[in-house]
Design a protein around this ligand. Structure first.
Ligand code: PHE
Ligand code: ZN
Length: 847
């Protein structure tokens, strides 16, 4: 279906809807190709409304009848919705539409997945279910009757009554339509209960397809842990009699926080030791927490309009990261978050897709569920908390919940509670929400008369989104060490507000060593010639200790790439010392063995005015790994052996950390033993973490064929495990083989390209294989473009998201740029390209 001509929507144009929606009654008669939806909605004109246009959104709906107060009306219908003359006093609107869930491959609105019916309404999917003012500031109570032959019939809120072939649900909490959900299917419930701090018993259920019952226990425990944590840390209790989660195989995103009925991508909730890695478990725990936390930050307090998306997402990501820090290791979580931020958000913020945390315009809102809104949005909240302190943060949050419960809010409302709770003026801080781009912070030091002075210069490169960037408020956590590594000044928060600013520290009889931006206190690029070797050895801040190793690795790799130098011996020795320190958490030591990603290296080269050569970048990283293996060759067997878990598998932080370190050692060991240890591990593995790590190493050692065949035979009926099988072959391929490997996999009988997980496992893995995607002959670009063109008419949302693989195209040489431009133009000129993909390609191509 052709989208309407692209239209740009502006934050500045916001106007409230002219009517209150007092209540909504929906009746669904489910049938795959002809579902009937009857709506009865009570509207009241707002006395003070400036605009009384009665416009209801509606897309791909067949309107069978419409009535106002019982009288048939003939609304004017467009592809986007309808308008109708309506009374100036409260009235009842009734509509009857027919929709086609079986034909809904976009996975937005009501669709089918593996024989079940389910919905996805954020951001604008409800308009594909019935005519409605589908905007987040229109809130109402919903009563839903579902008629269908399925044993399980679910919607939001509490179950009112049910019988054979029907169920009725009522959600007493007013909510926007994007939080509506419905599920119908032959599902199995994994049940539990939770008693709130207010003493209310809540029935919990996790619904899965038959066969997946054994993968529910962990998710259920994560849910209960989340409920408890939100009570203890934020004072927020759950507010319905039931909380349901449903796992679906076909889903564009990770999961969705529908009120009382969260719907999850199966990959984000189903887990078992045999089929899920430690990383899967941790991600699942975090996503369950995230969606649950939305009940307060998102659902009870929602967004006025979609420009305010970070109001719920930034805050909820921040809350789920606090949760993970509390459940596991705070430094490890912080390091992983920063790796993720640099891997996904920085490239976005430094390229043609750059946009403020709160954008001011968009064509397709689905394109703004970005790393900037989510992850930088969470960083902004972290900075706010650092600036005001934990006690004031808590006061402000309590005030936020008190003041705004039941409302649709803005970033202004959010900042106002912090101003009111602390007396602070946050007008400059607000620039973090309105200004795009990653700030660069360069620091110089000076030492005289026992005074140590740090001078900071902040500079945000201008972009199309923010051509004239202004100085930001940047909290910089700084500590000082002496020559022996003793802390001579504990962490202090310096508040930068000017473009250039100095801070003096008196009373230092010798020049101290500065540890700057501890715990990554702001999402900036730091340029400071720190004494990284000393900090790697001694920093008391675990983040900066890790960061120093990272900085040394980065410098060494950049020198290898540009000057052909050998890996830095100081770095290798420094890392070896850290790895030998058994007092350090294994998970932390495993992170120490990590290297900057190749895309991060390319970005660093680009920043310095060099043109990255992906093959050279790949080779430099390989050489560095080889050097690490050689440096540690006497340590690796012991490191490997000492980190084998003998206790029964548990996905907890302690065991996961040991496996992470054991497997980090394994990947170096494989370079020395040609894969013998990996082969043995493959043969004895009893959990997916060990099995998959062994398989990856066998592929790298060039002896993966037998294990790949074995793995496929073992797991061919498990969709989630087979996603790993697809992804791993691409991600572990040599650069020259990556595109061919992906292409061969697209011909595999299990390559179900309409399933977003499988599509991402195969083509997404190629897009993330830096040297493979950027292979000199353009084969990676061409293959991805072919498949994006094919997927677009089926699933615009997933297609558009994957266009971001091209966002860095201006970094590379002329030949690669023209190859990428050609593919971008080929996509852009595809007839009937979706609004989603058109917007993405246009923004990228205009770089
Ligand atoms: N709101 C979902 C979240 O928690 C993400 C999402 C957006 C899911 C749009 C589906 C569609 O983050
Ligand atoms: Zn969210």
């Amino acid at each position: 279906m052709r989208d309407a001509a692209p239209q740009t929507i502006y934050l500045a144009d916001y106007t409230p809807f002219g009517f209150d929606v007092d209540e909504v009654h929906l009746t669904f008669d489910l049938a795959p190709s002809a579902t009937h939806v009857r709506a009865r909605i009570r509207f009241s004109p707002k006395p003070d409304a400036t605009d009384r246009t009665f416009f209801l959104h509606g897309e791909d709906l067949t309107l069978l009848s419409a009535r106002i107060d019982g009288e048939t009306v003939k609304p004017k219908i467009t592809p986007e919705g309808l308008t109708c003359d309506v009374p100036s006093i409260p009235f009842t609107w009734e509509s009857h539409v027919q929709i086609d869930p079986a034909a809904n491959t976009a996975l937005e609105g009501l669709y089918q997945s593996g024989g079940m019916f389910c919905t996805q309404c954020e951001a604008q999917g409800f308009r594909k279910i019935t005519y409605y003012p589908d905007r987040p500031d229109v809130m109402s109570t919903f009563t839903v009757r579902i008629n269908g032959p399925h044993p399980v019939l679910l919607s939001n809120g509490n179950l009112v009554s049910s019988g054979d072939g029907w169920a009725e649900w009522h959600d007493p909490w007013r909510k926007p339509a994007y939080l509506f959900a419905l599920v119908a299917g032959d599902l199995i419930a994994h049940r539990d209960t939770f008693t709130t701090m207010e003493g209310r018993k809540v029935d919990l259920a996790l619904y899965v397809r038959p066969g997946d019952e054994g993968k529910c226990a962990f998710g259920m425990q994560a849910l209960k842990d989340s409920m408890k944590w939100d009570e203890e840390v934020y004072g927020r209790a759950y507010d319905l009699e039931v909380f349901n989660i449903v796992a679906v195989d076909d889903f564009n995103m990770g999961a969705m926080e529908n009120k009382g009925l969260n719907i999850f991508n199966a990959s984000a909730v189903l887990a078992s030791p045999e089929t899920s890695t430690d990383m899967n478990f941790e991600r699942i725990e975090a996503i369950i927490a995230h969606e649950y936390f939305h009940n307060w930050t998102g659902n009870r307090i929602t967004c006025r309009d979609w420009f305010q998306l970070c109001l719920k997402e930034g805050l909820t990501v921040y809350r789920d990261s606090q949760f993970t820090s509390d459940m596991r290791s705070a430094p490890v979580k912080r390091i992983n978050d920063v790796i993720d931020l640099r891997g996904r958000q920085f490239p976005e913020d430094q390229g043609p897709l750059a946009h403020p945390v709160r954008p001011e315009s968009f064509q397709e809102i689905n394109n703004f569920y970005t790393a900037t809104v989510y992850e930088k949005g969470a960083e902004v909240i972290g900075m706010l908390r650092t600036l005001v302190g934990p006690a004031a943060y808590k006061r402000a949050l309590d005030m936020y919940f008190d003041r705004h419960d039941g409302q649709a809010c803005t970033i202004e409302d959010w900042l106002q509670v912090f101003e009111d709770a602390t007396g602070r003026d946050l007008s400059q801080f607000k620039r973090w929400y309105s200004q795009a781009g990653t700030p660069h912070l360069s620091v110089s030091e000076d030492y005289k008369n026992a005074t140590y002075t740090l001078t900071f210069t902040q500079h945000t490169p201008p972009s199309a989104a923010s051509p004239d960037p202004q100085p930001l408020v940047i909290p910089v956590a700084v500590g000082l060490l002496d020559a022996d590594g003793n802390e001579v000044m504990d962490t202090q928060i310096l508040e930068l507000t000017e473009a250039k600013q100095s801070f003096a520290f008196a009373g230092h009889s010798a020049k101290p060593t500065a540890s700057i931006l501890r715990n990554f206190s702001a999402p900036v690029v730091l340029e400071f010639a720190a004494d990284h070797a000393a900090l790697l050895a001694h920093d008391t801040d675990p983040f900066n200790r890790w960061e120093s190793g990272r900085a040394l690795a980065l410098a060494s790799l950049l020198a290898s790439i540009t000057k052909g130098t050998a890996p830095d011996a100081d770095y290798l020795q420094g890392i070896a010392t850290v790895l030998r320190d058994d007092s350090l958490d294994p998970a932390y030591r495993a992170l120490m063995l990590g290297l900057p990603g190749q895309s991060e290296l390319a970005a660093a080269l680009h920043r310095k005015g060099d043109t990255p050569d992906p093959q050279a970048t790949y080779e430099a990283v390989e050489a560095m790994k080889e050097a690490l293996a050689q440096t540690l060759k006497d340590d690796l067997p012991g490191l490997y052996a000492d980190n084998q878990v003998t206790a029964p598998y548990a996905p907890d932080a302690a065991q996961s950390g040991m496996r992470a370190l054991g497997n980090a050692a394994l990947s170096l060991l494989t370079r020395l033993d040609g894969g013998d240890t990996a082969q043995a591990q493959y043969g004895s593995a009893t959990n997916m973490t060990q099995q998959l790590a062994a398989l990856a190493n066998l592929i790298r050692a060039g002896r993966g064929d037998a294990a790949l065949a074995d793995f496929e035979a073992q797991w061919k009926d498990d969709r989630l495990v087979m996603d790993k099988w697809f992804a791993l072959q691409v991600s572990e391929a040599k650069p020259d083989d990556a595109a061919d490997t992906a292409k061969a996999l697209t011909r595999h009988r299990d390559f179900n390209w309409k399933n977003p997980n499988r599509f991402r496992a195969t083509l997404g893995a190629l897009a993330q294989h830096h040297a493979g995607f950027h292979a000199a002959d353009g084969s990676g670009y061409a293959l991805l473009a072919d498949w994006l063109i094919k997927l677009d008419p089926v699933n615009p949302q997933t297609t558009a998201r994957m266009c971001s693989a091209f966002q860095t195209w201006r970094r590379y040489d002329q030949i690669r740029q023209s190859l990428m431009a050609k593919e971008l133009d080929r996509i852009a000129s595809t007839p009937n390209l979706s609004r989603d993909t058109t917007e993405m390609i246009t923004r990228i191509r205009n770089a």
